[in-house]
Design a protein around this ligand. Structure first.
Ligand SMILES: [Zn+2]
Ligand SMILES: [Zn+2]
Length: 699
């Protein structure tokens, strides 16, 4: 046995060994109970970060369950990550002085496809380095043809059941990125803005002063609104206003949602460019002139057409000021919605999109949770999940990006009707004419990932689906409880009439020493692979779990990883001590009563430890179970028992040594799910290099 534990070489050898042996190569075995986890599919475009390393929880579950005799399956998949990937690719194009607008749809799609295929192996190799026991032979990709077919079928079913519909509504649109986002994809940003007091001339003479943060949308105004009980304006309700610069007549209307304390208490209504005003326009049957285009430029104003929004604001103010119609301008804090990708202000724009009618799906999903068909761990997230279902609004699934699954819906132009067809129709399915045109949009990435558990298993084989579905545990970060977990439950149940998983286990985020979230821009990111290269995969894995309360954020200072590297060395050194003691002359001599007592104590303590360990594992208290083994190996076995029995062992008392060895090996097995490499390496020292600790059950 080498004097020093050298993780780098040993880990490489063992990864290959496990794969060759096919230990985690899943199959259907009806004699055994199945245990399956679907890996949350990482983006196919990127490299590994610490967030991915948190999937070590899944590896712990898989290895533990396998050693408990279950038939395990940990499914590897990658996500095409629509918008995300397209943006990464566009940055890459930009470096070459190109943009996506230089290519037609098919060429662009093919280029991104090639780009992703080149990158796919990167993350796969990185997960191997961490020792993940995924089944590498059954990798799935969200754009696999048979997966896409499942996604089409789901859309068709939703359409047939009238759970998906098209609506012309305001969407959050990034004119820079060229796509809309759903309500949960937008970020809020506090902004030091300005509030403009503009004087609108009354038709009968005089003015009404409106307060607005967006003077440039004046051209799209269809009314001035006041509160119905606002005494200052009661006499003006029903009067007409002449919009400055364009001389258009609009009414003054009463609306109870107007905040009397905001500005002057009179506000303008611009339905095409403000969510609240859009709702008002619908109740009051007002029109909604669109004066900002999807390119972010002004249109249909006759005054500032072609200008970008900010330039149009300046120009409009200049013109109003020349007419003495700007009363005053005040500093004004406001929260604006920004694109989570590029950080630019999102523009509310009217657009026709597909929406999923969420209420029936969310109510059903909520019933599944309250009936205990899916349990959530840590428990406190149950309430949060129920609230998510209560609050879910209709889901906009149309995205204006090329990289994704194109929506299989066709527009029948002559009749202005939509139909869904899973195969491109050669003729219009309604009138048999040639005028059917496919929707240009692609699905929101979350629409396909919401189907991931059943879409993957169904496309492996009917037997796999039957045997492994519902999956055992969905393990993921708590931050995607709403966008992903909740949607998987809704869509999963809709499509399969079963829950997609029996348990949800949520982990937290990794933060730096100061408790700050890690991000590239803050420069506080720990690269997991650098840590693996320095200290070994076991050290990183154990450091992520040790002392981390499940579901809570964790802090990962480098010295914690060093501490776990030291623990791996300790394990190695105990093994070396036992191994080298075996070589000394074997004798069988009676132990004295003190030694006998110590051995009995060791056996008793070991039994208690095993019991506690399984209890904690059963409760998903992974940190506690690890700490039990850590404390025992280091402070009991090494510090106490070995010290106490050293003399007896030196004098060749074989019972003492074999008792120590037995306890040690049992601990290795319990530790294996956490630190697979060092435990396997030592196991092979004792049992031979073709043997594996994985083939043994934990007592
Ligand atoms: Zn953007
Ligand atoms: Zn037709």
């Amino acid at each position: 046995m080498e004097k020093k534990y050298t993780p780098l070489e040993i880990e490489k050898r063992l990864s290959t060994f496990w794969e060759k042996k096919g230990f985690f190569h899943a199959s259907v075995d009806r004699e055994k109970q199945p245990f399956s986890i679907i890996l949350p599919p990482p983006n196919a475009n990127g490299a590994m970060h610490l967030g991915h390393a948190m999937f070590v929880y899944e590896d712990i579950m898989i290895r533990y369950q396998k050693m408990q005799g279950k038939q395990v399956f940990w499914l590897l998949g990658l996500d095409h990550a629509g918008i995300e990937t397209q943006f990464v690719f566009e940055k890459h194009l930009k470096k070459q002085g190109k943009s996506r607008f230089d290519y037609d749809r098919d060429t662009l799609y093919q280029m991104i496809w090639d780009f992703v295929m080149q990158n796919k192996h990167v993350i796969r190799g990185q997960m191997r380095q961490l020792g993940f026991s995924l089944d590498w032979t059954k990798e799935k990709f969200t754009l696999d043809e048979n997966v896409v077919a499942v996604v089409y079928q789901t859309f068709q079913d939703l359409f047939d059941r009238q759970l998906v519909y098209r609506a012309h509504r305001l969407v959050n649109y990034c004119t820079h990125c060229g796509t809309s986002f759903s309500d949960i994809e937008v970020a809020d940003k506090e902004n030091e803005g300005l509030l403009y007091y503009l004087k609108y001339p009354l038709k009968t003479g005089g003015f009404i002063t409106v307060a607005t943060t967006r003077p440039e949308t004046l051209y799209g105004d269809v009314a001035v609104m006041v509160h119905p009980q606002d005494k200052r304006y009661l006499h003006l309700i029903g009067e007409r206003v002449i919009l400055p610069l364009i001389h258009k007549e609009i009414p003054i209307i009463a609306n109870e949602h107007v905040d009397r304390k905001f500005g002057t208490g009179a506000v303008k209504a611009t339905p095409a460019h403000d969510f609240e005003d859009f709702a008002v326009a619908q109740t009051h049957k007002l029109s909604y002139p669109v004066i900002i285009g999807f390119d972010g430029k002004m249109q249909n104003t006759g005054v500032v057409d072609g200008l970008r929004v900010n330039a149009a604001r300046e120009e409009t103010l200049k013109k109003l000021d020349a007419l003495h119609l700007v009363d005053k301008i005040q500093p004004h804090k406001l929260v604006i919605k920004v694109c989570y990708r590029c950080g630019r202000t999102l523009e509310p724009l009217p657009k026709e999109q597909w929406y999923i009618k969420i209420r029936p799906l969310a109510d059903q999903a909520k019933r599944l949770i309250t009936a205990g068909q899916i349990s959530v761990y840590p428990k406190r997230f149950t309430k949060q999940l129920i609230r998510i279902f209560d609050d879910f609004i209709d889901w906009n699934i149309s995205r204006q990006v090329v990289w994704g699954i194109r929506i299989p819906a066709y527009f029948w132009a002559s009749q202005k009707k939509w139909f869904v067809s899973q195969k491109p129709p050669s003729k219009c399915q309604i009138c048999a004419g040639q005028d059917a045109k496919q929707d240009e949009d692609t699905f929101d990435t979350w629409f396909s990932s919401a189907q991931w558990p059943f879409a993957t298993l169904q496309t492996i084989s009917p037997e796999f689906y039957q045997y492994y579905y519902p999956t055992s545990v969905m393990e993921t970060g708590y931050e995607i409880l709403r966008p992903w977990v909740a949607r998987m439950i809704m869509i999963g149940y809709f499509s399969t009439k079963q829950v997609p998983f029996r348990k949800v286990f949520l982990h937290g985020m990794v933060r730096d020493k100061q408790g700050v979230k890690m991000s590239k821009s803050k420069g506080n990111v720990i690269d997991p692979l650098k840590m693996v290269a320095l200290y070994g995969a076991d050290a990183l894995r154990a450091a992520l779990i040790f002392g981390t309360k499940e579901g809570n954020d964790t802090v990962l200072p480098e010295d914690k990883i060093v501490g776990m590297r030291n623990f791996a060395n300790k394990i190695w050194n105990i093994g070396r001590y036992i191994k080298s003691s075996q070589k000394s002359k074997i004798k069988s001599q009676k132990l004295d009563s003190t030694n006998l007592k110590i051995l009995q104590q060791l056996q008793k303590e070991q039994k208690q430890l095993e019991k506690k360990y399984h209890t904690e594992m059963g409760k998903y208290h992974f940190a506690k179970a690890l700490e039990l083994i850590y404390q025992f190996l280091w402070h009991q076995l090494a510090d106490y028992y070995i010290e106490q029995l050293k003399e007896a062992i030196r004098s060749g008392k074989i019972e003492a040594l074999s008792a120590l060895k037995k306890a040690y090996l049992e601990n290795l097995k319990m530790l294996h799910p956490y630190m697979p490499f060092v435990t396997e390496a030592v196991w092979q020292v004792f049992h031979g290099e073709d043997k594996s600790i994985i083939e043994n059950s934990i007592s």
